[in-house]
Design a protein around this ligand. Structure first.
Ligand code: AR6
Length: 173
């Protein structure tokens, strides 16, 4: 089945879904932006599980995804993916950001998740151009065939991202 796509404005930690995707960094030790908020609201259990993953595999490479439980958050899982830092290399950055979405979706499915939320990965501190990032996110998710996922929610924190997503969704419908 093709999951239903929803766009919403807000904060990832307030959305009730089975799996919340976090825009992490390769250390998995937390940071600012959505990563900082997820660790702050979710509590120290998330960091403890991230440290176990680090000890096992040495962090998470750009484009890859790992998961922890969700601590105090009302979800089952946090999927931590590492977006590319924008450096102007359109091809490489596009590939890496596509991998974030694909690997997060595949991991959510392997966990049996029915719903997943994505932040606008890489468009904050990592400075990926927002419109290109949104096109990549929507291209991957609208083509995704899933056996478990019924709903994909894009949680836009800033007005600009919300407007870009709404515009692109309306163009495609
Ligand atoms: N809920 C949803 N989206 C949010 C929230 C929130 N609570 N807060 C910010 N955003 P960023 P990146 C949006 O910087 O660019 C961290 O330090 C924000 O408006 O969180 O992938 C990590 O540890 C933007 O649109 O992630 C890494 O070091 C989007 O989330 C680095 O930043 C992504 O912005 C990753 O950078």
């Amino acid at each position: 089945m093709k999951p239903k796509i929803q766009i919403t404005k807000g904060d990832s930690t307030k959305i009730e879904v089975d799996a919340i995707v976090n825009a992490a960094n390769s250390s998995l030790l937390g940071g600012g932006g959505v990563d900082g908020v997820i660790h702050k609201v979710g509590g120290k259990q998330i960091l403890e599980e991230c440290i176990l993953i680090r000890n096992r595999q040495g962090g998470c490479k750009t484009g890859n995804a790992v998961y922890t439980t969700a601590g105090n958050l009302p979800s089952k899982y946090i999927i931590h993916t590492v977006g590319p830092i924008w450096n102007g290399d359109v091809e490489k950055c596009t590939q890496a950001l596509s991998n974030c979405y694909k690997n997060s979706l595949a991991l959510a499915e392997s966990l049996g998740a029915k719903s997943i939320s994505f932040p606008n990965i890489s468009t904050g501190v990592y400075r990926f151009p927002k419109e290109l990032a949104a096109k990549i996110a929507l291209e991957i998710t609208t083509q995704w065939e899933s056996s478990t996922l019924e709903k994909i929610i894009f949680v836009c924190f800033d007005d600009e991202n919300e407007q870009i997503y709404q515009k692109l969704i309306n163009q495609n419908s």
